[in-house]
Design a protein around this ligand. Sequence first.
Ligand SMILES: NC(=O)c1ccc[n+]([C@@H]2O[C@H](COP(=O)([O-])OP(=O)(O)OC[C@H]3O[C@@H](n4cnc5c(N)ncnc54)[C@H](O)[C@@H]3O)[C@@H](O)[C@H]2O)c1
Length: 323
Amino acid sequence: MTSDAVAVTVLGLGTMGHGMAQAFASKGMIVRGYDESPAARDSLTDRIRRNLTEFVRFELMSAEEATAALARITAHDSVEEACAESTFVVEAVREDLTIKQDLFARVEDCVAPETILASNSSSFCISDSGSRLRHPERAMVTHWFNPPHIIPTVEIVPSPHTTEQVIQTTLQLHRRIGKLSIVLRQELPGFLVNRVQVAVMREVWDLLERGVASAEDLDAAIRGSMGFRLAALGPLSIHDFGGLDVASVVYRVLCPEIRSDTVLPKIVQQLVSGGKFGFKTGAGFYSYPEHVAPHVLAERDENYLRLLKLFHASQTDISVENP
Ligand SMILES: NC(=O)c1ccc[n+]([C@@H]2O[C@H](COP(=O)([O-])OP(=O)(O)OC[C@H]3O[C@@H](n4cnc5c(N)ncnc54)[C@H](O)[C@@H]3O)[C@@H](O)[C@H]2O)c1
């Protein structure tokens, strides 16, 4: 696949889909999108234009490149029209297994035999979401992170049926658009990153529930320690530098202490049952009154974009060899 020849389809143009479309188009690919909601289709260009304006402001691309990227993206009125000429189709529709299964079955009927199919599901393996595919060997999960046009990692999670050629083509496609892509060697729920995130989340929520620190202090402490280090080094490297002798002792002492059950902490149960889902409902651990919400979101993206610039500049990973 050369980028000139690549036409990509993104199905579902919500929070994730519009940013994924932007990421592909920014690196020269033709992107065709479809969403069952006319509002999502109609607003696609404006949403991506706003994101691109920020990329230009942070000197991550030129104004000309942004204009060209936008011109490569079109929204279509049907799945069939959006998919017909693409060599790679990725779905980012609602996290609902039946919807994804129906969609994949429909997509397979309207694409060429060599077209690769991918799911951006956060939890369903392709063996489940693609269970009705006649050719499961051409499908896998490609798991992006929100906001997808900014966060570098995309996890590629094949099923036991996915061919090596499909895996390698997908890996190269995502690397070509500048994504830090890795392939998992096993298909497992939560893939890789979400399993680690949930482990951290469980302890953070427990500490908050027990009143060990305020939400503000908890966030600040983690940002300035784990977060700071993790932006520069992976967790395994960090412990190599700290010393595995020390880490082993800490592990043995603390593992029996930290939370290990599977019950959702009450503090989160209460927020959710009270309709406090976080930013999108105006309140979660913090409050986001309507008049400040747009500024908070802009500030989040500015912080991410600053990090992205640093991340690109420091792509000289400390050179290490696997044992
Ligand atoms: N939001 C995140 O942080 C995040 C991160 C990683 C992965 N994901 C995954 O990405 C997918 C999309 O999540 P999102 O946050 O963008 O959701 P979203 O609700 O913002 O967008 C989903 C879009 O899919 C559309 N849709 C629903 N059914 C459809 C169908 N049959 N055909 C076409 N369009 C349809 C909806 O109209 C909506 O615009 C989910 O599988 C989710 O688990 C989300």
